[in-house]
Design a protein around this ligand. Structure first.
Ligand code: 9Z3
Length: 342
């Protein structure tokens, strides 16, 4: 129920907002992918990545957006694939993707390391293209992993643009993954808008100027982690991210999320430190000692850090060390235990 003017429950949201036109087609393909991976006995991780837009008009000209480039999601997806997981990569259209991310950045444009070879034969007038020698080793590594993943069919990609697309897709994909029970993991790294404009409140056509300032009242996006944990999945290992710009809020907000939604891990990250520092917050396993348990802090925290100097020392697109490697390694350790306990 919509209890206040600005608060949608998840149920109310899906009853009043319209699904993206390709939803059924997308879900059909996910179902097929899940079936194949389940038959192969692989674990599947759903990685969400990139920002979401909030359109202001039905015939959309203007929208709100956020900063996320999708680095965390695309990088983590590669490490999950390397570790043998099948990956459903649900990302914002045109945000970074696994493998191609190494060359997408403007600091590493791929045209800069391709050469046109001089022709030495009149009988073959077609110019040949080659890779600049110093770039070959890196490209070969990326290309080999990319080809392997594609030939084994380990990566399935889905795209969203708006927060509405994201919510419908997340619900549908997590319901498809529920057949895997504990063998599924949810890695929710997309930067999802907290506010949106319901279609019932949207102007049909481009908002006209001329009346001075513009006032828009947005509604709160429903907290979908609750139904995700309680209804849509059956035992999936759920990892959400908490982004803050005030360091002091990171731990309290991460703890609050675990308490509220009852999932397995919140990874807290500060906007400016996120490439070299994150904190894992989770509930401690129930204590056997009944006398001390009531006073004990129910949460545990684990910081992962890499020296900032290491992050900075990089060939464009190829850092010496990426924090996502450690994040994924730690999560796989915890997920393996979670599957065993089940
Ligand atoms: C994150 O915190 C991600 O780590 C980043 C990654 C968005 C910071 P980039 O794409 O950045 O590598 O540039 N995601 C935030 C996830 C989020 O919005 N969580 C919501 C919340 O905290 C709901 S699960 O309430």
């Amino acid at each position: 129920m919509k209890t206040e003017a600005t608060k949608f429950s998840a149920e109310d949201y899906f009853a009043t907002q319209t699904p993206p036109p390709t939803l059924e087609e997308d879900v059909e393909k996910v179902r097929e992918f899940v079936k194949i991976q389940a038959k192969e006995g692989r674990n599947i991780v759903l990685v969400t990545s990139g920002g979401t837009t909030v359109p202001l008009e039905l015939n959309v000209v203007r929208f709100l957006d956020n900063f996320s480039a999708g680095t965390r999601g695309a990088t983590s997806a590669e490490y999950f694939l390397k570790a043998g997981y099948a990956v459903i990569f649900m990302h914002r259209q045109f945000s970074l993707q696994p493998f191609s991310r190494h060359y997408s950045h403007s600091t590493n444009p791929f045209l800069d390391f391709l050469d046109i070879e001089s022709q030495d034969s009149a009988s073959d007038p077609t110019p040949r293209i080659s890779v600049t020698p110093e770039k070959r080793a890196d490209l070969l590594t990326v290309l080999t992993s990319y080809k392997r993943v594609h030939s084994l069919g380990l990566l399935h990609t889905l795209t969203f643009v708006t927060v509405n697309d994201y919510l419908w897709l997340l619900r549908a994909v997590s319901q498809e993954l529920s057949v895997l029970k504990r063998r599924s993991m949810f890695y929710l790294a997309a930067a999802v808008s907290d506010f949106f404009l319901p279609r019932q409140k949207m102007s049909e056509h481009k908002i006209q100027s001329g009346k001075g300032s513009l006032h828009i009242e947005m509604d709160q996006v429903p907290k979908i982690l609750k139904p995700l944990v309680d209804e849509w999945t059956h035992g999936g290992f759920i990892v959400s991210f908490k982004l803050e710009t005030d360091q002091n809020l990171l731990l309290p907000k991460a703890r609050q999320a675990i308490e509220r939604y009852g999932h397995q891990v919140v990874i807290g990250n500060d906007l400016h430190r996120r490439k070299f520092e994150v904190v894992f917050v989770s509930k401690k396993a129930a204590s056997q000692d009944l006398t001390s348990s009531s006073q004990e802090d129910p949460f545990e925290e684990q910081w992962l850090r890499i020296p900032q100097s290491v992050v900075d020392q990089t060939t464009p697109g190829f850092p010496i060390k990426e924090i996502e490697e450690d994040i994924v390694q730690e999560l796989i350790k915890r997920h393996t235990l979670w599957v065993k306990q089940g």
